[in-house]
Design a protein around this ligand. Structure first.
Ligand SMILES: [Zn+2]
Length: 387
């Protein structure tokens, strides 16, 4: 079994580049794991230089790990950052005068392009000397490794489109599958068909490998599609359940929101899988990120919403609202507004959310006032305690 080393950059107390709360070390580890998993399907043993976010081997230790393992190639995974949020795209770095590493870098860039897996920098393959970080800039892991070694800067965390794709599972998978395909195509050409093997056999092998790759790619795409379709169908079943009696009961609102979160998640995945044109891909990646975020904030607020609903349900049980129940009802409504507001905040005008927050503040003060007048303190207030 052919062995290679994948090196997720940074780790331990070094998060690498950080933008909008996204840390390079974590993204690099996610992508490296996906690449290793993908390569395993092709009977390539990909060893990671670190397996968790708390580990941080030294740069020399990472290179030595690959040297000792006799790895066929070394691929370091990083993300870029820049002062300008407009800088975007993937690039692959090699040491200078390294023809095999350059071939590996080109194969990766080619596969990323073919799979529309990420935007590319204008000059997507360069040496560490060409990075423009001052004279004599050297990347240790590229220079201390004895096999062809490259460093993939997967994209810019400081660019909204790149960051969106790099932090979403579907975007990470798409890119990982492409990088793995690049590594495979290099190994196929440069390692599997060494001169000591008969050319004819190698050609047959390559043909078989190409066919196998096409089949596996199609299977993977189908699997993603099936999974998304299954998710939509489950969500649809739940929706039908909620609507079967022709109206939404208050108790069904939390289920409805849960379904909404699921649909957001599924759509977020679908957008990334279906986007083939690189131009719309960046836009869809951003849209997908928004949907995924929406799903997260809906789920975050669900317990609060459920609590408020059951409180309201308790008060309305007897189909009437008594005077003593008014403060509690107001409080439940206020909690509900608060939860819905925090879901909506990223998507509405700041003035509008300010207005709602002010209104809710007034409501809260009114509840406090009523509680004070009726002698009820905030502490001993609970559901359905008579005043
Ligand atoms: Zn880095």
């Amino acid at each position: 079994m052919i062995k290679i080393v994948i090196d997720p950059g940074h780790g331990g107390r070094d998060p690498g580049a950080v933008s909008e709360g996204v840390e390079e070390a974590a993204v690099a580890l996610d992508i490296s794991r996906y690449i290793a998993k993908e390569l395993k399907r092709w009977k390539i043993d990909a060893i990671l230089t670190r397996g968790s976010d708390s580990e941080k081997p030294s740069l020399t230790a990472r290179a030595n790990m690959a040297n000792k393992a006799g790895a066929a190639v070394f691929v370091s995974i990083h993300c870029n950052a820049a002062g300008s949020s407009r800088a975007r795209g993937l690039e692959v770095i090699t040491a200078p005068n390294a023809p095999q590493a350059t071939k590996l870098a080109r194969a990766i860039v080619e596969a990323v392009k073919e799979n529309h897996a990420a935007s590319l920098r204008k000059k997507a393959v360069k040496t560490d000397q060409e990075l423009g970080r001052g004279d004599g800039f050297k990347i240790t892991v590229l220079r201390k490794t004895k096999m062809p070694a490259v460093l993939v800067e997967c994209g810019f965390l400081t660019n909204d489109g790149d960051r969106g794709a790099l932090t979403h599972k579907a975007g990470q998978k798409l890119l990982s599958v492409a990088i793995a395909a690049g590594i495979r195509s290099y190994l196929d050409k440069e390692v599997e068909t060494m001169p000591d093997k008969p050319a004819k056999k190698a050609a047959t092998k390559k043909k078989a490998a190409t066919k196998k790759k096409a089949e596996a790619d199609a299977a993977l795409a189908n699997h993603e599609k099936d999974k998304n379709e299954a998710n939509i169908l489950t969500a649809w079943d739940k929706l039908k359940d909620v609507f079967k009696d022709g109206k939404i009961k208050p108790a069904e609102i939390p289920t409805l929101l849960e379904v909404a979160a699921e649909i957001c998640d599924t759509l977020a995945g679908l957008l990334l899988v279906l986007a083939v044109d690189p131009k719309i891909k960046a836009i869809l990646a951003t849209a997908s990120k928004i949907l995924a975020d929406l799903a997260i904030s809906i789920r975050e607020q669900l317990p609060k919403i459920q609590g408020a609903w059951s409180q309201i349900g308790g008060i309305m049980r007897d189909d009437k609202i008594e005077v003593r129940e008014v403060p509690e009802l107001l409080e439940a409504i206020s909690n509900l507004v608060e939860a819905l507001l925090s879901i909506a905040v990223p998507f509405i005008e700041p003035e509008l959310s300010d207005d709602f927050a002010k209104l809710n503040g007034k409501l809260k003060r009114a509840i406090e006032f009523i509680n004070k007048v009726t002698g009820k303190t905030r502490k001993n207030r609970g559901p359905l305690i008579p005043l």
